[in-house]
Design a protein around this ligand. Structure first.
Ligand code: DAH
Length: 351
C-alpha cells in the first residue's frame, strides 16, 4: 500500500471512529488513538523526512491535510456531543418546584382561640345567623346605658372598666352590638357578634383582654323555648350529640327573664367519673356553666323603637359566651394563661 493510500485509509478510519463515539469520553479516546503522540497519522508525518526528496512535498502535504481534516471533524463532533450532553443533564437535573418538600416542612395552624371562634361562627351560620362585628372602643351609651344598666351598676366603675374618657371606654362585652345592629336593621334580626372585650381583671382565671360571642335573635313570637332549643343545638354541635343543657335563673340588666346556661359535663355522669370518683371538672355537680342568656328586656327595645323594634310586636333572646371558656372546656385546657403564652408545644396540640 502506498503511503498516500495509507493516509487516506487512516483518515477514513479515524472519521468513522469519531462518528461512532457515543459520548465525549469515547471521542477523546478516538482523538488520542488517531491524533495522539503515538498515533500512526502524525508518525507518518515524521516519516516523511526519510522519503526521497521528490515525494516529500506531496506526501507531507497530504498527511498534514488529513490530520487537520480529522482534527476538525473530531472538534466538530466534540462540540455537538457537548451540547447534547449538557441538554441531557439539564433535563435530568430539572427541579420541579411544585413537588412537596422532603421532609415536609412544619405547617402552622390556627390558634385555639381563632379555631374556636370560627367553629362557633360556623354553627350559627348553619342556623341562619349573620356575623356582625363592632367597635372595641365603645361609648358608655352602647356599653351600659342602652343595655339598661342602672347608674350604680358595679361594672360602670373605673376600677372594673378601662375608660378613655367619661363617655368612651374599651367595651366590657360584645353586647353593645345588640343596640347598634338593631339601629341599622329592621326586624327580624339573627346575628352573632364575635370579638375582643376588656376588663380590669388579671389573675389565674382572668386576663384583661379576652373574647366573647354575643347572640341576638329578634322576631315575632319568640319564646324562651326558642332560646333553649337554639342553645341546645349549639351545645350539641360544639360539645357532642350526647350533651344536654339546663337553664338556671340569673340576673342581667338587659334580659328579662335572665338565665345562666349549663351544659352536662362530658367528663362524668351526674358528677361521678367512670372510676367512681367525684368529677373534678364539674366539681361533682354534673354541669358546666357555658354562657349567660335571656329574653331581651323590653327596656332595651325601647331604645330602638324607631327602627321598628316595638316591644308590643317583636321579642327575642340574647346570649353571650366567652370563647376562651368554650375552648378550655372543649379541649380540657386547665389554665387560661396557656392560651396566651404562645408556647408552641402547647399550641400545636389541637390539630
Ligand atoms: N354580656 C354578658 C357578660 O359579659 C354576657 C351576656 C349575658 C350576654 C346575658 C347576653 C345575655 O346577651 O343575654 O357577662
Amino acid at each position: 500500500m502506498s503511503l498516500s493510500e495509507k493516509i487516506t485509509e487512516l483518515q477514513a478510519a479515524g472519521a468513522a471512529a469519531a462518528n461512532a463515539a457515543a459520548n465525549s469520553a469515547e471521542l477523546e479516546e478516538v482523538r488520542v488513538q488517531y491524533l495522539g503522540r503515538r498515533a500512526e497519522l502524525p508518525n507518518l508525518l515524521r516519516g516523511v523526512a526519510e522519503l526521497p526528496p521528490a515525494e516529500r512535498g506531496a506526501v507531507g502535504k497530504a498527511a498534514n491535510e488529513a490530520r487537520k481534516a480529522l482534527e476538525a471533524l473530531i472538534d466538530q463532533r466534540a462540540g455537538r456531543l457537548a451540547i447534547e450532553e449538557l441538554e441531557a443533564r439539564l433535563e435530568q437535573d430539572r427541579v420541579d418546584v411544585t413537588l412537596p418538600a422532603d421532609p415536609l416542612p412544619a405547617v402552622g395552624r390556627l390558634h385555639l382561640i381563632t379555631q374556636t371562634w370560627r367553629e362557633i361562627e360556623d354553627i350559627f351560620l348553619g342556623l341562619g345567623y349573620r356575623v356582625a362585628e363592632g367597635p372595641e372602643v365603645e361609648s358608655v351609651y352602647y356599653n351600659f346605658d342602652a343595655l339598661n344598666h342602672e347608674a350604680t351598676h358595679p361594672a360602670r366603675a373605673w376600677t372594673d372598666t378601662f375608660y378613655l374618657s367619661d363617655e368612651v371606654l374599651l367595651r366590657t362585652h360584645t353586647s353593645p352590638m345588640q343596640v347598634r345592629s338593631m339601629e341599622q336593621q329592621r326586624p327580624p334580626i339573627y346575628i352573632i357578634v364575635p370579638g375582643r372585650v376588656y376588663r380590669r381583671d388579671s389573675d389565674v382565671t382572668h386576663t384583661p383582654q379576652f373574647h366573647q360571642v354575643e347572640g341576638l335573635a329578634i322576631d315575632e313570637n319568640i319564646t324562651l323555648a326558642d332560646l333553649k332549643g337554639t342553645l341546645q343545638t349549639f351545645a350539641r354541635a360544639i360539645f357532642g350529640p350526647e350533651r344536654n343543657i339546663r337553664l338556671r335563673p340569673h340576673f342581667f340588666p338587659f334580659t328579662e327573664p335572665s338565665v345562666e346556661v349549663d351544659v352536662s359535663c362530658f367528663n362524668c355522669s351526674g358528677g361521678v367519673t367512670a372510676a367512681g370518683e367525684r368529677c373534678s371538672i364539674c366539681k361533682g355537680t354534673g354541669w358546666l356553666e357555658i354562657l349567660g342568656s335571656g329574653m331581651v328586656d323590653p327596656n332595651v327595645l325601647h331604645f330602638v323603637k324607631d327602627s321598628g323594634y316595638d316591644p308590643e310586636l317583636v321579642q327575642g333572646f340574647a346570649f353571650g359566651m366567652g370563647i376562651e371558656r368554650i375552648a378550655m372546656l372543649k379541649y380540657g385546657v386547665t389554665d387560661l394563661r396557656l392560651l396566651y403564652d404562645n408556647d408552641i408545644r402547647f399550641l400545636e396540640q389541637f390539630a
